[in-house]
Design a protein around this ligand. Structure first.
Ligand SMILES: [Zn+2]
Length: 425
């Protein structure tokens, strides 16, 4: 048993996170259940009581499931930290694959692969039990397991060379490796944003250019009006896995892509789809992808700085039972556990920034359309069809929600005064 000041402090940090999660979940469930028989004011016109109550049941089921995942994750991490399992795995792996850079990279991937296997039953249950119960699952066992295999393969193809290069820097430049490692990761992130819609997404979904017709004509008219030149708008067969509907904007510069789920097109009329597109264009016009990249870049720079400090403090790894002259693998493995206890408290700030982006994109959409009704009606349909929680507890949504609640968005949209035809944003 590895019980010392450091391991106990880490467990205390993770316990605090677990307690806060339990408290937030409890507060939210209590809040939602109190309102189970009463549709929130203003929403009676687009949602009936049975659908509203189903959305509450869905919220409860998701909350219970996330609580179960959180408890499991806490138990698992505590076991890994106290039992000394990690040092055993690292030294066994080092004996087998060697301590050269390539051997370290193999060890890192094998141990991560092993640990990630424990998460698979949870994602299986979420898809084929929870989502299925509420009528959202459209996936099959074949799709699920093929997806998993592809995800692991991609992790290996991209992750292995990156870890290898970082390990090489770690050994060759003991003082500055963390800055180089940070730069490599940042370059990788930018590259992924560019290549994701062209090379990665098509491995999982079929992207089809929107067929000619009224919808395409209206959407292309909107892209011209908003000075967002794009040759194609794609639809994605999201219905292959789920009945949930969505749309997203991804890519940088010439490689930008707007993707609409087929489920979304099936649920909305032309003007509502145009509103969703205008919202996505709003994200582009306000350069939200770039802002997120900068914020994440600053965050990861700090993260690497801490990693560097810990790498030069032998007490840290020794407290977790490691006695190795090749500390990079154990350092990253332990750091990835510890950091979740810290990022949990930082996430609300990122969510706050994300909600700000959503307001800006909504505002842009309202201006571009010259009216607010299609935007509001598209948001209502999205919330209704996806059984979103219409009345979460304010503290819960402020902490966890990356998007404002429907009520908050509607209020903000109504308070904005759309100009006619196009936006100057
Ligand atoms: Zn958005």
């Amino acid at each position: 048993m590895l019980v010392n000041q450091v391991t106990v402090s880490v467990i205390a940090l993770l316990s605090l996170k677990l307690l806060a999660e339990r408290f937030l979940n409890f507060t939210n469930i209590h809040h939602v259940l109190l309102r189970r028989n009463e549709i929130p004011y203003g929403f009676e016109t687009f949602v009936d009581l049975p659908t509203y109550q189903k959305s509450i049941d869905y919220t409860l089921a998701k909350t219970n499931f996330s609580s179960l995942c959180a408890v499991w994750s806490f138990v698992f991490d505590s076991f890994v930290i106290f039992s000394g399992l990690m040092p055993c795995l690292v030294s066994a792996s080092a004996k087998f694959f060697g301590t050269q850079t390539i051997g370290q990279a193999v060890s890192f991937f094998l141990i991560n692969f092993l640990f990630s296997l424990f998460g698979i039953p949870f994602s299986w249950w979420r898809q084929f039990r929870l989502e299925d119960f509420f009528g959202f699952n459209r996936s099959t066992q074949t799709i699920f397991w093929t997806d998993k295999a592809k995800e692991y393969l991609l992790c290996f193809i991209f992750g292995f060379p990156i870890f290898y290069v970082i390990a090489w820097f770690f050994q060759s430049f003991p003082r500055s490796w963390w800055v180089e490692a940070w730069a490599i990761l940042l370059i990788f992130q930018v590259t992924m944003i560019v290549i994701y819609p062209v090379f990665i997404l098509p491995l999982f979904n079929k992207l089809t250019p929107l067929p000619d017709g009224e919808l395409k004509a209206r959407l292309l008219q909107l892209t011209q009006l908003t000075q967002f030149p794009i040759s194609e708008i794609f639809t994605m067969d999201g219905s292959k896995r789920s009945a949930h509907s969505n749309a997203f904007f991804i890519g940088l510069g010439k490689f930008r892509h707007i993707v609409l789920y087929d489920t979304l097109i099936a649920q909305m009329n032309t003007e509502e789809v145009a509103a969703v597109l205008a919202h996505e264009i709003g994200h582009y016009k306000h350069q939200h992808i770039r802002t997120n990249l900068i914020v994440e870049g600053v965050g990861s720079f700090i993260g690497f700085g801490i990693l560097y400090y810990l790498s030069s403090s032998s007490w840290f790894l020794e407290s977790f039972g490691f006695q190795t002259e090749y500390p990079l693998v154990p350092l990253i493995l332990i750091f990835s556990i510890v950091i979740s206890g810290v990022t949990f408290w930082i996430d609300p700030f990122f969510n706050c920034l994300s909600r700000r982006h959503e307001y800006q994109a909504d505002r842009f959409a309202a201006d571009a359309l010259g009216q607010t009704e299609p935007l509001i009606s598209s948001l209502r349909k999205l919330h209704k069809e996806n059984l979103s929680n219409l009345a979460p507890h304010p503290v819960f949504s402020a902490f966890h929600y990356s998007h404002p609640t429907l009520f908050e968005r509607e209020t903000a949209i109504r308070n904005s005064t759309p100009s006619h035809g196009r936006s100057e944003a």
